[in-house]
Design a protein around this ligand. Structure first.
Ligand code: AMP
Ligand code: ZN
Length: 482
């Protein structure tokens, strides 16, 4: 495939260190709150990328961290640990918060058909490894202890800013806005690898280290977790675009300094989900979650469809109107697929291969998922039998993960159930979704129509004994459990 590489600012042919194998790393969530649908935009697009690579035949090893310590409020080295903030907000321990929001994150992922990575590693589970790498950086002269903390020395690098076209001065100012200087740093861009001194004495999570009791900086966790589970050569590193600087820049600095060779070849950054008032962010406190979408009656997969309709390298504006449009299109698509009921003939292999080739070329052009969706409509219009259409749609859904055939089958079942509850003269039964009760209510109506009142009463009594009340309404009956 061709993929834009934010380290080289070019679209390039995707290559891997070991042919046929992709070592892939994704920055995971900071689990101090629910993931918002902006975070999940990043995870949806990264999931589609992983699945496309698998679809192309790669063996993918995908690793993700869970940030449960060390991510400070500023993304740089100042402010409070976000986990501590979450714990205080809910009057719980940091580990309780971490456990709860990690579970909530994977529940959301499941609803959005986002596959769980092959390796998921919470930062607090690998502290010894971080200490080993920080010690190695000190030995190699890339890190120094000052004022109780350990810092990475950026002046030792030939090249520091990799993702940005801005000059160094601009970035340094941008990062430092409203943030106090740390007098221990030798260079303005140096960053903390290990904290033992911080102004928050109540830091909940602390470990012994050669530099005193403390906790790791945020950036070191991703380098160490990736080096441990992906090996020394990483093919593909993913994250939201806000991670590019300083987080990913610092990951490259410390990984390459430690390993002594280039580390990650390709960088994939997903642009933000924005609202009219700017980037959706957890720290602003007001954000949308998958549960909220569900409460409002949206299928989470309609949100996945919404994300896939736009390119990952463009900002995406969220509004209810935009989501309604996507949800409408998704449900119409499912309806059209549900109508593909033909069973005559086998799969037209030649036509299927042609459609697949087009899908590979379209989506393989910098993960163009919106063209992938267009390919679905092309299948619906293609002059082939329903068996072929269903097979090709299922095949494309290995990447898009919109549960196309499952949702279509569920829709057909729902319509059949509605038809079962409708009598010959249009008599309809509304209830609580139990076909056996619907059928009894219908039998009672038919008995009444045939003037068999004894039978009608018998059914009413039977339902009453089961705790069900029937109310006759014009054109039908409504039942409910008491
Ligand atoms: P966090 O939980 O804050 O560490 O963020 C988890 C992931 O979501 C990171 O890859 C971020 O870059 C990404 N992210 C944060 N805000 C947004 C947003 N508004 N749109 C898309 N991705 C985001
Ligand atoms: Zn990371």
């Amino acid at each position: 495939m061709y993929l834009y590489n934010s380290a080289t600012h070019k679209k390039e042919e995707f290559k891997t260190h070991t042919p046929g194998r992709v070592e892939m790393y994704t920055c995971g969530p900071t689990v101090y709150h629910f993931a918002h649908i902006g975070n999940l935009r990043s995870y949806i697009m990264e999931d589609a990328l992983e699945k496309f690579l698998r679809y192309e035949g790669y063996d993918v090893n995908r690793v993700m961290n869970i940030t449960d310590v060390g991510h400070l409020a500023s993304d740089a080295d100042t402010g409070e640990d976000k986990m501590l903030k979450g714990a205080r907000r809910e009057n719980k321990s940091v580990m309780d918060i971490a456990r709860f929001y990690t579970g909530a994150f994977f529940d959301d992922c499941a609803k959005l058909n986002i596959k769980t990575p092959d390796v998921v590693q919470p930062a607090t589970g690998l502290i010894d490894e971080f200490i080993k790498v920080v010690s190695g950086l000190i030995e190699k002269g890339y890190a120094y202890a000052a004022g109780g903390n350990v810092y990475f020395d950026t002046s030792r690098l030939d090249r520091y800013y990799v993702f940005n076209d801005h000059d160094e001065e601009d970035l340094a100012v941008g990062v430092r806005e409203g943030v106090e200087e740390d007098a221990n740093k030798r260079n303005k861009n140096d960053f903390v690898l290990w904290f033992t001194k911080c102004k928050f004495e109540d830091q909940a999570l602390k470990w012994d280290s050669p530099w005193g009791v403390g906790y790791p900086g945020w950036h070191i966790e991703c380098s160490c977790i990736s080096m441990k589970y992906n090996g020394e050569y990483l093919d593909l590193h993913c994250g939201g675009v806000d991670n590019a600087f300083p987080h990913h820049t610092n990951e490259i600095a410390q990984s390459e300094a430690y390993l002594g060779h280039p580390w990650c070849a390709q960088w994939f950054h997903v642009h933000h989900l924005n609202t009219n008032s700017g980037k959706m962010s957890k720290s602003k406190g007001e954000f949308l979650t998958v549960s909220l979408l569900e409460e409002k009656g949206y299928d989470p997969l309609a949100y996945r469809f919404f994300c896939l309709q736009s390119h990952y390298r463009k900002g995406l504006v969220f509004s209810w109107e935009n989501l309604d449009n996507a949800a409408g299109a998704y449900h119409k698509l499912i309806k059209r697929i549900a109508a593909l009921t033909g069973t005559d003939g086998g799969v037209d292999e030649e036509a299927a291969a042609q459609m697949k080739e087009k899908f590979l070329a379209q989506v393989g052009n910098d993960l163009n998922t919106s063209m992938g969706i267009t390919c679905l409509y092309d299948v619906l219009k293609a002059p082939v039998n329903d068996v072929t259409k269903r097979a090709v749609l299922a095949d494309f859904d290995r990447v898009l993960s919109l549960s196309l055939l499952e949702k279509a089958a569920a829709l057909r079942e729902k319509e059949a159930a509605q038809a079962r509850t409708a009598g010959a003269d249009g008599f309809t039964v509304q209830g609580e979704g139990d076909p056996a009760i619907d059928a009894l209510v219908l039998q009672r109506a038919e008995a009444k129509k045939a003037k068999n009142f004894a039978e009608a009463d018998r059914i009413r009594d039977e339902l009453k004994a089961r705790g069900i009340e029937i109310t006759d309404v014009p054109g039908g009956a409504v039942w409910k459990r008491l």
